[in-house]
Design a protein around this ligand. Structure first.
Ligand code: GLU
Length: 310
C-alpha cells in the first residue's frame, strides 16, 4: 500500500491542506503502507521554490514524515515534463487528442454551461476543424491540447462518499491535457505520476472528487492500474466559503504566531473529522491506531474565527 500527499506550493499551507496531509498520512500509517510526498509545482506562474521549502518545514513541524519524496527533485512535477510528454504522445497516437484554439473569453462565455464544481463544460468547438482551418489558426496562436471524451459512464467507489458515477461528455466535455503555453495539465500529470510512483491510494479534498472520473479515463486509456480513492470534506469559513490560501488567519504561519502547537492543530482536526470524541491535543502518531476512513464525516467542516480559543 502506498499513499501520497501532493500539494501545490502556491502559498503557505493552511488548515485545509494540513487536514488533507494528516488524513493521507494517517491512512498510510494505519495500513503499514508507504507515504510519499510529491510537490505539484507545474504552474510556474503560481508556484515558488520558497513555498516548497516552507511546506517541508511545516510538514516536519506537524510531525508528518514521508518515506519517499522527502529530498524531492524527481518528486517535483516541474522536473517531470518528459514523462508527461510521453504519456501525452501515447494518447495522441491513439487519436484521442486534438488542438484547441479557443480563447479564454470564448471558453468563459456567459452562455457556456458549467459543471457543479464550476468547471466550464467544453462545447467541442475545435473538435471538427478541418486540416486547413487548423493550420490557419495554428499560424496565429499556439493551441492547447484536449482529450476526446464520450458519454460512456465512469463509475467508482469513493471510500468516504460511496458510489460515484459520471458521464464525462455531460459533466465536463473534452478536457485539457496541455495548455497553450506548453504546461501539462494537472489531470494528466497527476495520473502519470501516481501511476509511475506506484501509488495505490489517493486521499485528498472533495474539491477533486469531480476530477476523479477524468483521471480514471486517463488510467484506462494509458493502461495504468487506478488507485483507490477517498475524498475528504472541505474546511469552510462560517459563510460556507472554502478556506483558501488567501485566508491568512488559518495558515500554519499565523497559527504558529498565535502560539498554537502542532498537537493542538492535529487534535482539533481529528475531532472535526469525526475520528475522536474531543479536540484534545495529540500527535499524529497517537491517532494511527484509531484511524478509520469510515468514521470521517461527509459534511463540510465549518471553521470559526476563534477555533482555538477555549
Ligand atoms: N496538487 C493538488 C492541490 O494541491 C492536489 C492533487 C491531488 O491530490 O490529486 O490541490
Amino acid at each position: 500500500m502506498k499513499g501520497r500527499f501532493a500539494p501545490s506550493p502556491s502559498g503557505r499551507m493552511h488548515l485545509g491542506n494540513v487536514f488533507c496531509a494528516l488524513m493521507a498520512w494517517l491512512s498510510c500509517r494505519a495500513q503499514n503502507g508507504t507515504t510519499l510526498l510529491r510537490v505539484e509545482d507545474l504552474d510556474p506562474a503560481r508556484c515558488r521554490p520558497e513555498y516548497t521549502e516552507q511546506l517541508i518545514r511545516d510538514l516536519t513541524w506537524l510531525g508528518l514524515d514521508w518515506d519517499e519524496g522527502g529530498d524531492l527533485p524527481a518528486y517535483r512535477q516541474s522536473e517531470r515534463a518528459a514523462w508527461y510528454a510521453e504519456c501525452f504522445a501515447r494518447l495522441e497516437a491513439m487519436g484521442r487528442t486534438y488542438s484547441c484554439f479557443c480563447s479564454r473569453s470564448e471558453l468563459h462565455d456567459a452562455s457556456a454551461p458549467h459543471a457543479s464544481d464550476g468547471t466550464v463544460i467544453y462545447s467541442g468547438n475545435c473538435r471538427a476543424l478541418s486540416d486547413a482551418e487548423r493550420a490557419a489558426k495554428a499560424a496565429a496562436r499556439a493551441p492547447a491540447q484536449r482529450l476526446w471524451v464520450n458519454g460512456d459512464p465512469i463509475t467508482f467507489t469513493d471510500h468516504v462518499y460511496g458510489q460515484m458515477k459520471s458521464n464525462l461528455a455531460e459533466d465536463c466535455g473534452d478536457f485539457i491535457l496541455r495548455r497553450s503555453d506548453g504546461v501539462y495539465a494537472y489531470q494528466l500529470a497527476v495520473v502519470a505520476d501516481d501511476a509511475a510512483m506506484g501509488v495505490t491510494e489517493v486521499v485528498r479534498g472533495h474539491d477533486l472528487l469531480f476530477s476523479t472520473p477524468r483521471q480514471l479515463l486517463l488510467y484506462r486509456l494509458l493502461g495504468f492500474m487506478p488507485p483507490q480513492f477517498a475524498h475528504l470534506p472541505l474546511l469552510v469559513a462560517p459563510d460556507g466559503k472554502r478556506l483558501s490560501k488567501r485566508e491568512r488567519a488559518f495558515d500554519v504561519g499565523a497559527l504558529q504566531a498565535s502560539g498554537i502547537t502542532a498537537e493542538q492543530i492535529i487534535g482539533m482536526l481529528a475531532w472535526m473529522a469525526g475520528l475522536t470524541e474531543t479536540a484534545e491535543p495529540c500527535t499524529a502518531k497517537e491517532l494511527v491506531p484509531i484511524f478509520d476512513l469510515r468514521k470521517i464525516t461527509k459534511q463540510d467542516i465549518v471553521v470559526s474565527e476563534n477555533l482555538f480559543l477555549a
